[in-house]
Ligand binder design. Sequence first.
Ligand SMILES: Cc1cc2nc3c(=O)[nH]c(=O)nc-3n(C[C@H](O)[C@H](O)[C@H](O)COP(=O)(O)OP(=O)(O)OC[C@H]3O[C@@H](n4cnc5c(N)ncnc54)[C@H](O)[C@@H]3O)c2cc1C
Length: 396
Amino acid sequence: MRDADVVVVGAGAAGLSLARELTAGSGPGPACSVLLVEPPPGPRRSPERTWCFWGEPGAAPDPLASASWERLAVRGRDGGPVTGSSARRYQMIRSADFTRALDAELAAVPGVARYTGTVTGVADDGPHGAAVSGLDTAGRPFRLRGRWVFDSRPPRVLPPARTTLLQHFRGWFVSTAEDRFDPGTAELMDFRTPQPRRGLSFAYVLPFTPREALVEYTEFSPAPLGDAGYAEALRHYTERVRPLGTFTVTRAEQGVIPMTDAVFPRRAGRSVFRVGTAGGATRPATGYTFAAVRRQSAAIAAAYRAGAAPVPPRPHARRHRAMDAALLRALATGRVDGAAFFEDLFRRNPLERVLRFLDGRSSPAEEVAIGLRSPVLPMARSLAELPLLPRRAPVG
Ligand SMILES: Cc1cc2nc3c(=O)[nH]c(=O)nc-3n(C[C@H](O)[C@H](O)[C@H](O)COP(=O)(O)OP(=O)(O)OC[C@H]3O[C@@H](n4cnc5c(N)ncnc54)[C@H](O)[C@@H]3O)c2cc1C
């Protein structure tokens, strides 16, 4: 007895994208029934967030994007900006908009069903399927079966790694009394923040109107700050570094994204796969995940329609992961000055090349060019020692 062809655990970025791709109806293969499992509102549900990513060159913004920018700026420690325009629009989707739109879209697809319950186990069940077990909203055990199961529950424990840093941040959605922002320019990194002893910090400013923006304080470092630490960092930035004048905070967002060279197994059984952050979709050196999740979902659906085992493809090329591992190591050991590294990345390379690199679309020749404009010796040393370093469970 099978409940659906595919059971998707988790209705976040990866789960919803995958359900949409599997049932999009394009292509010759058989129709796919999908059962999407999501926990009831509560601590297991991922909090609301915003997802930013680059679009295709020349393409209009995604219909779900609530804001997009053609111009990008990076500001060095001396305040000097590096700015440029890109054919690849930087855009932002609010998770609440994404969820609402995909919920409505999927509700109209006959093959899609939803189940509310907290999943506690996913395992192969015979040679041709897998079972998902957990507790329903009344606390009773449930069991669901699918030919294939895709599990997107965020990992509770990170796999062993040579280097694990955290990208941790808090953002304020601010509303200022006077015009303070250029809504045409997204400020990716402003390094005029005090730099931590290990890693780096920067402010990230996404303006929506001349008086409204998301202002985020971000660190790449070993441990998150407490409430007081983020509040102090944001106050310092908005009062001293970039005074906003009178403003109110209308909302806040906060997060921790693992930056690790750990290997996230994408296959957890004959019929069980992990997707999203759980399946290694987060780019180790940047934390960007959303675009990779969408690309991966499309590839899984294409394999399914072709009648092949829908094994999630590797979200990031091996050579990108190696470069990222070297950079994480160089940052964690303090061999490179993180703020200077990223500032120079933008200053010394054409913007399009950097954006393709950050988005995992750069060619090997472009990566060599980027490498030659980076601190060559510390990066080469960090790369060379990687095979000698043990992978350890992250502390904490
Ligand atoms: C605040 C924040 C901002 C981010 N911004 C960006 C960005 O701008 N660009 C970018 O590329 N990446 C960004 N990321 C990283 C990444 O894109 C997101 O974390 C993204 O949501 C990952 O998608 P996911 O599907 O793997 O996980 P999630 O979106 O977290 O989805 C996991 C799903 O699993 C469900 N779940 C959890 N436990 C259970 C359970 N026991 N049973 C059933 N379901 C369960 C949750 O309810 C959730 O729906 C951000 C991350 C955070 C935290």
